[in-house]
Write a protein that binds this ligand. Structure first.
Ligand code: FPP
Length: 246
């Protein structure tokens, strides 16, 4: 299932860069366990990896990355791990300037903010405000995000707009529904990457995955390097994307 063939001397085609890459940052816990470290150390290392990968993608012309940081199901993890993840996210957002120095990143948080603490909500507003006039890659941090919840929310918006008369039944098209998703301002998702050997979507970008290409890798996320991202993009560039046509 994994594609490990050597692509000797292959170079990335700058005219066929995936515009938007979704990443399921999986394998942090296993990375930490292998080293006898607490799971939180794996998440810290995973956050460092994300910074490296965002920098690399920004450099080669990727327009947007959506990174799965905390799902609607992750609240079921031990409280200690949830607290550590929230603290890590807080630091990341609050120190957005230092964390992404030189990357010109536009940071956005997608997902349901309602149950988040005021401290995290404020840090999100700060990071979004601080980076909003940048001109580089858009990093969507998916936080308390669920693909099904996103579709339900979009449906509720469509119903409300129908009820208040701002749209008719005929207006409710696929494009219209896309315009109600969290990803409305960034290009279509071209590529979804999941490292660590798991072969499932886990409620990530369900609507957006319709025509995305997939790349599964057995490396744990903290070990995912720029070279691994290059391999994923090279494989993507060899795909024949037919979008349902022949
Ligand atoms: C899945 O690996 C990973 C998560 C649930 C959290 C991902 C979060 C980060 C990488 C860090 C925070 C992000 C930002 C943007 C600062 P897992 O814990 O399920 O790993 P396992 O399957 O090996 O146990």
């Amino acid at each position: 299932m994994f594609f490990k063939k050597k692509q000797a001397n292959a170079t990335i085609d700058p005219n066929n860069i995936p515009a938007h890459i979704g990443i399921i940052m999986d394998g942090n816990g296993r990375w930490a366990a292998k080293r006898g470290l607490p799971r939180s150390a794996g998440h810290r290392a995973g956050a460092e990896t994300l910074k490296r990968i965002v920098k690399y993608c920004n450099k080669i012309g990727v327009k947007s990355i959506t990174a799965y940081a905390f799902s609607t199901e992750n609240w079921n993890r031990p409280q200690k791990e949830v607290d550590a993840l929230m603290e890590l996210l807080y630091t990341y957002l609050q120190q957005v300037e230092e964390q992404f120095a030189g990357t010109n990143v536009i940071l956005k948080v997608i997902g349901d903010r309602t149950p988040l603490s005021d401290k995290i909500k404020d840090a999100i507003l700060y990071a979004e405000e601080y980076t909003k006039d940048n001109t580089g890659i858009v990093l969507n941090v998916a936080l308390n995000y669920g693909g099904r919840a996103e579709i339900v929310e979009a449906t509720k918006l469509a119903v409300a707009n129908f009820k208040n008369g701002s749209v008719t039944e005929e207006d409710i098209t696929e494009d219209y529904m896309s315009s109600l998703m969290y990803t409305k301002d960034v290009p279509e998702v071209d590529l979804i990457i999941r490292p660590s050997g798991e072969l499932r979507l886990s409620n990530f970008l369900l609507w957006q995955a319709a025509y995305a290409e997939f790349w599964f890798d057995d490396i744990n996320w903290p070990d995912f390097s720029e070279k691994d991202m290059e391999r994923a993009i090279l494989a993507y560039q060899k795909r024949n994307r037919r979008f349902g046509k022949v």
